[in-house]
Ligand binder design. Structure first.
Ligand SMILES: [Mg+2]
Length: 269
């Protein structure tokens, strides 16, 4: 089983060398420079509001509750896994957004690498204690992230610094040729029973949310109503995510067009 995953992880790493893009730029389409007026509030919210902190604790408290509901005999089988996203689920990257706003700069590969190379990330409140607890119980943790290969080494430094469990390449399934995480989830599912998924983007849970309209994302969310706070644990992220590109119908738009669309989407009374 382990050999199989080692082979898979190696294959992923090799493919990662061939493709280079990143979640925060490609998928989430937040441009800090031109949209700094839009991003300053959510970044401040993440960094200064006790409400953000409380929401994170709430999420991990629910996760712990679900963890404790798993029967011991189930855990003893040794094939249970938790899948978690990294950015804004376990790792706090608000610092790079804040820095870009302060320097009036736009997100780029170079800026993202400058941030990750600094190894200055901190945990999302409550994340480390929860994952350590799950690991102690005998559950395997997999990190499915859309970070690129350039971030693999530095990410592992961060994961080890934070003393996160399963902090090795075998348990890090990073982006290969698609930002969809479905294939990577399915690969884990072949060997493990997934008991919980954690993420800040609904694409971290299921592929039914990918590249949909606002209305269809609502429908897909309603369809899983029973799972939120149970198998699916959601962390708050008001700065970036698929919800942002959804505003613009996942299409490239000029800053002026984006501003116009945002105003049109506001629902008054
Ligand atoms: Mg994320």
């Amino acid at each position: 089983m382990k050999t199989k995953f080692k082979t898979y992880a190696t294959a992923v790493l090799v493919i990662l060398l061939l493709f280079s893009s990143k979640e925060i730029i490609a998928q989430d389409s937040v441009v800090y420079k031109s949209e700094s007026q839009v991003t300053v509030f959510p970044v401040l919210w993440q960094q200064t509001s006790a409400e953000y902190r409380a929401l994170c604790y709430q999420a991990f408290n629910f996760a712990t509750l679900r963890l404790n509901e798993i029967p011991k005999k189930e855990i003893k089988k040794g094939n249970l896994a938790i899948i978690t996203d990294l950015d804004e689920t376990i790792l706090d990257n608000s610092y790079v957004g804040a820095q870009l706003i302060k320097e009036n700069k736009q997100m780029s590969d170079a800026e993202w690498n400058r941030w990750t190379n600094a190894s200055k990330t901190t945990e999302v409140p409550g994340a480390v204690a929860f994952l350590q607890e799950a690991s102690k119980k005998g559950i395997t943790i997999f990190y499915i992230s859309n970070r690129d290969t350039a971030s693999v080494k530095t990410t592992l430094i961060d994961l080890k610094n934070l003393q996160l469990p399963n902090a090795d390449a075998e348990h890090c399934l990073f982006k290969s040729n698609t930002s969809s995480k479905e294939v990577r989830r399915m690969a884990i599912e072949k060997e493990y029973k997934i008991v919980m998924l954690l993420g800040d983007n609904l694409n971290d849970f299921k592929n039914t949310f990918e590249k949909k309209s606002i209305a269809d994302r609502f429908i897909a969310t309603d369809a899983e109503q029973e799972l939120w706070g149970k198998k699916f644990i959601v962390l708050p992220n008001a700065t970036y995510g698929e919800w942002v590109s959804t505003l613009y119908n996942h299409e490239h738009k000029s800053d002026e067009e984006k501003e116009k669309i945002r105003r049109e989407l506001l629902k008054g009374y």
